[in-house]
Write a protein that binds this ligand. Structure first.
Ligand SMILES: [Fe+2]
Length: 385
């Protein structure tokens, strides 16, 4: 019978090296604009031109292949083309950090020494609370939705954390990310390896550059193809694997508004910042509808904050065709379950109405803010047992 449970004694360094010695086959990535150091690079403009056309599924397939069977990451140049929106978000982030520093709350980081970086947890909700218009301008991004759906399918849950690495901030240890990247080896070994492999399909990691990121500033180091090693969640603390990462990982420079997306199973680590300026990234952690996100987010509160912004645009006939969908995807709880099926019975088909559908319906019918908030509260109440 095939084995399903493994421990650190089963780590196979030779198998790992063989996987990581692969090279990207350019022919597999017909929509890409470049391949650098085994990183597939796309132009955001190209992706935007394909979204909504018959080629879209082909591109989604290519992106999914890249993360699963290819190098495990891709970069998108100008993924966030509106640099004013990026700068505006950065300003809000810096304000939040200043305010949080004044408060007594201690914010620990899991992979960096104190003082070398600044971290904003749940930057998604905090940006929305501080400046809902800035939030809407930033997350009205069809590329972000498209790449998220390419890996996770619809109804994903956005979360975001800001990381600012100070000049002199040292490189992180290589690691894998959430889910199992946060667990000790003993816990990981309790999961059948099929679940370990499956877990990477529940999260998409992204990083948006909010500053120029030359190699000297220490953009994230990646080990292409390492996401394919089945026992990788127990391997990243092993000295042999760390040394291999140090010799073979790659970095690419990024400009403000560029983004990189990766499988959470890819071995990676933030680099050392040898520049004189801060390196600022908005780290997106996007969860499958079928998974538990890392951070709790008050999506009802955010939905109530975003609705007036969208409603004003609707009234002025300035609401873009896909704007409710793109912004809503990062805001609302857009999955029907879990719910209370006694009180929240399906309206159409087999699924109860989601907050996203409710918001779309409300905007189409031009419900005033008060009515929408009331209906949303009622819908939330129906889901509680
Ligand atoms: Fe990470």
């Amino acid at each position: 019978m095939q084995r399903h449970f493994y421990n650190t004694d089963d780590l196979d360094f030779v198998e790992f090296v063989a996987l990581c010695s692969n090279s990207v086959n350019q022919q597999d990535y017909t929509f890409s604009s470049d391949i650098q150091k085994n990183v597939v690079i796309y132009d955001g403009e190209k992706i935007r031109s394909v979204i909504g056309t018959p080629q879209a599924t082909k591109l989604k397939t290519e992106l999914h292949h890249c993360l699963k069977d290819g190098p495990g990451l891709f970069a998108v140049r100008q993924a966030f083309p509106d640099l004013k929106a990026v700068d505006r978000a950065t300003e809000v982030f810096l304000d939040i950090i200043t305010q949080e520093k004044k408060s007594a709350e201690h914010h620990g980081d899991h992979f960096a020494k104190p003082g070398e970086n600044e971290r904003i947890w749940n930057a998604l909700q905090k940006l929305c609370e501080r400046d809902a218009e800035a939030f809407a301008a930033y997350y009205d991004n069809p590329v972000l939705c498209f790449v998220s759906e390419a890996w996770l399918g619809p109804f994903f849950q956005m979360t975001a954390q800001v990381n600012i690495v100070k000049p002199g901030g040292k490189a992180q240890q290589p690691h894998r990310d959430y889910h199992l990247g946060f667990q000790e080896n003993e816990v990981v070994s309790e999961f059948p390896v099929t679940a370990q492999i499956l877990s990477q399909f529940l999260t998409l990691q992204g990083a948006v550059a909010h500053t120029e990121m030359k190699i000297e500033s220490g953009p994230t180091m990646f080990l292409p193809f390492s996401q394919q090693y089945p026992l990788g969640y127990m391997a990243w603390r092993d000295t042999k694997f760390i040394k291999y990462f140090e010799k073979n990982s790659v970095q690419i420079s990024m400009k403000k508004g560029d983004a990189v997306f990766l499988s959470p199973a890819l071995f990676h680590a933030g680099g050392t910042n040898t520049e004189k300026t801060d390196r600022i990234a908005n780290l997106l952690q996007i969860s499958s509808a079928f998974g538990k996100a890392m951070e709790s987010v008050d999506r009802v509160k955010m939905t109530k904050l975003i609705y007036p912004v969208l409603f004003e645009k609707k009234k002025r006939n300035q609401l873009g065709e896909n704007e409710v969908r793109t912004i809503g995807a990062s805001v609302t709880d857009s999955y029907s379950f879990p719910t209370n099926l006694d009180t929240d019975s399906p309206t159409e088909g087999s699924v109860p109405e989601t907050a996203q559908s409710l918001m779309e319906r409300a905007l189409n019918k031009k419900w005033p803010v008060e009515k929408f908030c009331l209906k949303l509260d009622e819908a939330v109440k129906r889901r509680i047992p």
